[in-house]
Design a binder for this molecule. Sequence first.
Ligand code: GDP
Length: 624
Amino acid sequence: MLDLFTIFTKGGIVLWCFRNTSEFFAPSVNALIRNVLMQERGGNSSYSHDKLTLQYKLDNEFELIFVVAFQKILQLAYIDKFLSDIHLEFRDKYKNVLTAQGREFNNFEFGDEFQRLLKDAESWGKMQSAMPRQMRSYEESNKSKKTVASMIERKGGDSVPKKTVKIVEAEKENVKEDDEINGNTDTEILMARKKLADKFTKKTPADKKKSPKSPIEKKNTKANRVWELNGNFKEKDAVTLDRCKDRPEDIKSDYTDSDRMVGQLIGNIKDIEVEDESSEDESDEYEEDTNQNYAKPKVAAKKTGGMLSMFKGLVGSKSISTDDMQPALDKLRDHLITKNVATDIAQKLCESVASKLEGKVLGTFDTIATTVKTTLNDSLVQILSPKRRIDILRDCLEAKKNRRPYVMTFCGVNGVGKSTNLAKICFWLIENNLNVLIAACDTFRAGAVEQLRTHCRHLNSLHPKEKHNGREMVQLYEKGYGKDAAGIAMEAIRFAKDSGIDIVLVDTAGRMQDNEPLMRALAKLIKINEPDLVLFVGEALVGNEAVDQLVKFNQALADYSSMDNPHVIDGIVLTKFDTIDDKVGAAISMTYITGQPIVFVGTGQTYTDLKALNARAVVHALMK
Ligand code: GDP
């Protein structure tokens, strides 16, 4: 069924090739290279040319390109998997040759492996199509239609799904399991959310003093040790720890409704969806571009009253000059800045729009609007495309093959959602049948260990060991409070290796980006434990403050590691995306400034509120 499979270097040397027919494929492959690969887009994608679909995978480490071609009319469900399998096998088999100095490319015998993997992938594809359509029924459900906007609406209470498993429960329960829960109305939830928002937006020193957390922080670790010994919280502590006071009464009982969660995060994390309300006009506005992973605007925005209306004045029969555009561009820049886009990035985006419009005769508003949108989309895709693609599931499997755990470290300031999003990521991993050890290395914040313990219990009850051949999917490695975090992480990693655990998630204590001793301690933890991935957790809610935190964390890790090639931040987890409405600027700035990808986006307080960021959602928010 496959017409062609070829593996070649980015320099254009063909390493291996399989051809099923005597047809000449060079024009299609050349078109793929010219139209897609030259734009340096990473990852896995497909492209159509003549009668063929070409799907490709890039390996940035070894600078390889894997291309498979088959007839357009075919729908081959196994191609993604097959490409990944071939990629891994080829890399593993030839990694020594590929990394050798002055590498010589000849003699790549790969025919047997290719046939074997093809057979496996085909049978896998058949199995998939024979399986009941579980995922589709989820896609059709209302929950799958949850959008960034609907999450925000949730604050008002209208669209609160009656039954959701709130992660805040983890915090509640770690405080006091049988604590009586007040019946809360939606208004109370709204107020709690508002309080949360206020907490993060008004960070004056006076507020900090008043913050409910401070008494515990002041007491420091001694208070924690008392809890450890007694195993109980005092009522006062329980109240202090409860940062999400209000919750609907039905949450507790809903928790057991595991069917609603299990099976939702299988495979790669799904992209953030664009608003429902847009479905009438906006869904038509985008067409899937088979060359790329994202959608392109097709026709102009119908809402001429929206952001694009500032370009109305350019409609006419003469060619557009820089002077004509300037007022509209100034407005565009200001508009982008109101969305928290950093000024220099806003400027850059305006320049790209100007260069596309200059000298053109655009007779209708539609053509102008389309040009502006397409240009912004293209520029944002470029900004948001990371220097390096992070494929956690693949890397976890590779580590597993090498009989070692894959280690991820989470860092960031206090209260940004480190533990909560660590738990969501943990849920995603166990959904993908990987078992996890959580290393409780926040040995400082009162209640941090208990919070993780509760998450572990919840996660294990969603994925009981009976369903996993008696294997407990999540375990907690904890040594209480006040101990050296780097040492605990090291012991945890060793324990995971000895027990054959797939992944270690290291939760670290929150610290301010300017606190030198604590930043040194984090650099030490990373230096001695050499995690595979260091994730910075930042909240979208604080806008450009998050950018500042990220830059300073990165700098501190570089400065304090005393290594020539320090391990700095590899990726970003952007939390509370559901609370920022359309102020997506911080997301853009974070990737723009550090070049690191936003690997996960936290979009709420349930285990399934984890998404991937895509340019389309960002453009959509900017257009409002
Ligand atoms: P940590 O101190 O960084 O570990 O922060 P926590 O994990 O304890 O989270 C702090 C608060 O943020 C908790 O109330 C979480 O429920 C909340 N939170 C975390 N992630 C999100 C998110 O993506 N959206 C919303 N709305 N709240 C979140």
